[in-house]
Write a protein that binds this ligand. Structure first.
Ligand code: PLP
Length: 350
C-alpha cells in the first residue's frame, strides 16, 4: 500500500537534533584549517577543545563524535567493572544508549526517581552503598542538565553544588551530562563553569540546540582527558581531519548560544497554544525548549502519527502513554510553532 505523506511542509518538532547546518556554518566548515587529529595536529579541533575547556572551567577537553560517546567515555574513565552509577531513572545512558553501560564497561545503573529528572542530595546520599564485598561499589553520580526525559528541566546551580558536595564526601565522582547545558545556562542565567565546577567530568553537545551537524566535548582534568582519549580510540572514535566538524562547533558557539532564549520563548508559546486546546494539558511550566503535552485517555503513539499527517512531526514522550513531546530549535520560528499548534488543533478536530 502506498501511503501519502503530509500535504504541507512539515514543522519538525521531534528534536533539536534535526537542525541543518546554515550556509554560514557550511562556509566555516569548508574554510576550516585541518590536520590529523589522531596526531593532535588539527588546529581547529585543538581550538575547539581549548574553547570548551575554558567555557566549562576545566583543564582540558576532548572532541568526540556524539553525546552518547561523551557519556560512555566518561563512565568508562571513572569506573571499573562491577561498579554502580547513581542516576535518575530517566537518564539518557539508561534508556537511549543501547545498554552501553553494561555492554562496554560492565557497570550497572542504580536509578533513583528524581523530580522531573532532578536529583536531590539526600536521596543520593541514601542510595550510596556502604563498603561491603556484597555490594557493587557506588562510584559515579551522573546528572543531566537540562534533563531530557524530565522535560528540559534545569538544575538550580545550588542543587548541583550540593550534589557535588555529597559525591565528594562519599567518594564518588560527579559526571555532568551537559548535552543541553547551554540551554540550562541561558534559562537560569548561570555560567557553564558554575554548573561544571564540582563535576569531575562534564560534557557539552554541539549538535542539539547549537545547530552543528555532529560532535560533543568531554571536559575535565588533563590526566582524565588523556585517558578519555585512549577510550575514544578504543571505541573507534578517533577521527582524522575532524576540524571540518569542529569548525561548525566553533561557529555555533560564537553565534547560537544567546539565541537559545528564542527557542525557550517559542516553546512557551507552543505550550500556551496547546494547553488551550480541549483535551490537552501541559502539566508543567516549560523551562527550556522541550514541551510535554498530555492528552488524557488518548494514545501518544496514535496522536503523533495523526499530527504527522497534519504536518507536525513530534514523538511520543515514552514514559507515559498519553504524552507527546515537542522540541523547539534553531530551524523553527515563532510563526512555525504557532502554525504547528493550529495544525494540532485541526488534527484534534478542535
Ligand atoms: C541528555 C542527553 N545526553 C546525551 C544525548 C546523546 O547525544 P547523541 O544523540 O549525540 O549521542 C542526548 C541525545 O538526545 C541527550 O538528550
Amino acid at each position: 500500500m502506498v501511503t501519502s505523506g503530509p500535504r504541507v511542509a512539515p514543522v519538525d518538532l521531534r528534536s533539536d537534533t534535526v537542525t541543518k547546518p546554515s550556509p554560514g556554518m557550511r562556509e566555516a566548515m569548508a574554510r576550516a584549517e585541518v590536520g590529523d587529529d589522531v596526531y593532535g595536529e588539527d588546529p581547529t579541533v585543538n581550538r575547539l577543545q581549548e574553547r570548551v575547556a575554558d567555557l566549562l572551567g576545566q583543564e582540558a577537553a576532548l572532541f568526540v563524535a556524539s553525546g552518547t560517546m561523551a557519556n560512555q567515555i566518561a563512565l568508562g574513565v571513572l569506573t571499573r567493572p562491577g561498579d554502580e552509577v547513581i542516576c535518575d531513572e530517566g537518564a539518557h545512558p539508561v534508556h537511549f544508549e543501547g545498554g552501553a553501560m553494561s555492554a562496554l564497561w560492565g557497570i550497572q545503573p542504580r536509578t533513583l526517581r528524581g523530580e522531573r529528572g532532578l536529583l536531590d542530595p539526600a536521596q543520593v546520599e541514601a542510595a550510596v552503598r556502604p563498603p561491603s564485598e556484597h555490594f557493587p561499589r557506588s562510584r559515579v553520580l551522573e546528572i543531566e542538565n537540562t534533563h531530557n526525559r524530565g522535560g528540559g528541566t534545569v538544575y538550580p546551580v545550588d542543587r548541583v553544588r550540593a550534589l557535588a558536595d555529597v559525591a565528594r564526601r562519599l567518594g564518588l565522582d560527579l559526571y555532568l551530562d551537559g548535552a543541553r547545558l547551554l540551554n540550562a545556562c541561558v534559562a537560569a542565567g548561570v555560567p557553564a563553569r558554575a554548573y561544571a565546577e564540582g563535576a569531575t567530568l562534564a560534557s557539552l553537545c554541539l549538535s542539539k540546540g547549537l545547530g552543528a551537524p555532529a560532535g560533543s566535548l568531554l571536559a575535565g582534568p588533563r590526566d582524565l582527558v588523556r585517558e578519555a582519549r585512549r577510550l575514544r580510540k578504543r571505541l573507534g572514535g578517533a577521527m582524522r581531519q575532524a576540524g571540518v566538524l569542529a569548525a561548525a562547533g566553533l561557529w555555533a558557539l560564537d553565534r547560537n548560544v544567546e539565541r537559545l532564549a528564542e527557542d525557550h520563548e517559542n516553546a512557551r508559546a507552543l505550550a500556551g497554544a496547546l494547553g488551550a486546546l480541549p483535551g490537552c494539558l501541559v502539566p508543567h511550566p516549560v523551562e527550556t525548549n522541550i514541551v510535554f503535552a498530555a492528552f488524557p485517555g488518548r494514545s501518544a503513539v496514535d496522536l503523533a502519527s495523526r499530527f504527522r499527517e497534519a504536518g507536525v512531526l513530534c514523538n511520543p514522550e515514552g514514559s507515559r502513554p498519553d504524552v507527546v513531546r515537542f522540541v523547539t530549535h534553531l530551524d523553527v520560528s515563532r510563526a512555525d510553532v504557532l502554525e504547528a499548534a493550529g495544525r494540532v488543533a485541526r488534527a484534534l478536530g478542535a
